[in-house]
Design a protein around this ligand. Sequence first.
Ligand code: ADP
Ligand code: TRP
Length: 328
Amino acid sequence: METVLSGIRPTGNLHLGNYFGAVRSFVKLQDEYECFFFIADWHSLTTHPRPDNIRQSVKTILAEYLACGIDPEKATIYVQSDVREVAELYLYLNMNAYLGELERVTSFKDKVRKQPDNINAGLLTYPSLMAADILIHKANRVPVGKDQEQNMEMARKFARRFNTIYGVEYFPEPASFHLADRAVKVPGLDGSGKMGKSEGNAIYLIDDEKTIRKKVMKAVTDSGPTIPNAEKPEPVANLFAMMEIVSTKDTYDHFNDKYNACEIRYGDLKKQLAEDINAFCAPIRKRIADITADDAYIDKVARTGADKASENAAHTINDVRRIIGFRP
Ligand code: ADP
Ligand code: TRP
C-alpha cells in the first residue's frame, strides 16, 4: 500500500480554510492509504527559537485534529520532536545539500527579508528537514498546498541524489498530492482573497455561535444587483462560495435564484450562512472541548503515535546507516 504523509506547523488554532483545504482530505485519505500525520514542532524553531509553551501549542492542534476525525486507529499521528531518527536523517541529507540550491528557495528568501536578524542555518536547511520528515517513512504521496511545491521539489531532488550517490534504489520520489477534484479554496469574507490566520479573517473551529455570527454579519457585500443574472463581484461571490461549502444545495440555490432575480437580501443570506457554519462547527467544537479536557488521552495518542513512527523510522535509519557504511 502507498504511504501518505503530511505535516503541519503548530501555529494557532485551525480555521475553516485549514479544515476544508487540508484536514478534511486527511480524514478521507486515512481510509485508503497508510497515513502519517505529524506536527512539525522542530520546524517552528526556525522562526521562534524560544517558543512560548510549544507543548501546549502542540496539544491544541493535536486535539483539533482528533476532533476533526483524524483517527489514531487508522493513521499514525505523532509529534516530530518525538522521533529523533528524523534528526539523524536530516544530518545525512544536509551533507549532500548545497548552499546554492538552498539559498535559491523562495521561502528562504522571504524569511531573510522578514527576519534579517535571525537568518539561521535551520531556516536555510528547512527543505532538508522537510525531506527528512518525508523520506524517513519513505512516503509516496504528500498532500500539501501549492506554496509547498518548491520544498517538495527539493525533497525529490534529495531522494534522487541519495540514491545516485550511494548507488541504490532506496528512497521513492515523493509526489505532491492535490486532491484536485476535492480541493477547495476557502474564501475570506472581508472582500477578497482567501481565509487565513495571517489574513486576520479566519473563522476558527473553536469559535462559538456568537463569534461566528459576528464575523459573518460583518462580511463585505454591495448594494445588490440591478440587472438579472449579473456576474457576482468578488465579495459577494465569496459569500456564495462559502455557502456552497457549508450549506445544502437547496439553500445555495434559493439564495442564488434570489440574486439572479435581483431580490437578494444579504442580511437573510448572512443569517442563514452563520447558522450553517455554526451547525457545521458545533459538533467539532464540542469534541475539541471534550478532547482538550482529556490530557491523558492526548498524551496517549502522542505516545502511541511516537512509538509507531519511531519503529518505522528506525528501520529506515538502520538501512541508511548500512547504505552509507556506518554500523546499523
Ligand atoms: P494559514 O494560511 O492560516 O497560516 P497554513 O498556511 O498553516 O494556514 O495552512 C495549513 C494548511 O491549510 C495548508 O495545507 C493550506 O493549504 C490549508 N489552507 C489554509 N488556508 C486555506 C484556505 N483559505 N483554503 C484552502 N486551504 C487552506
Ligand atoms: N512546510 C510545511 C508547511 O509549512 C510543513 C511541513 C514540514 C511538512 N514537514 C513536512 C509538510 C513534511 C509535508 C511533509 O506547511
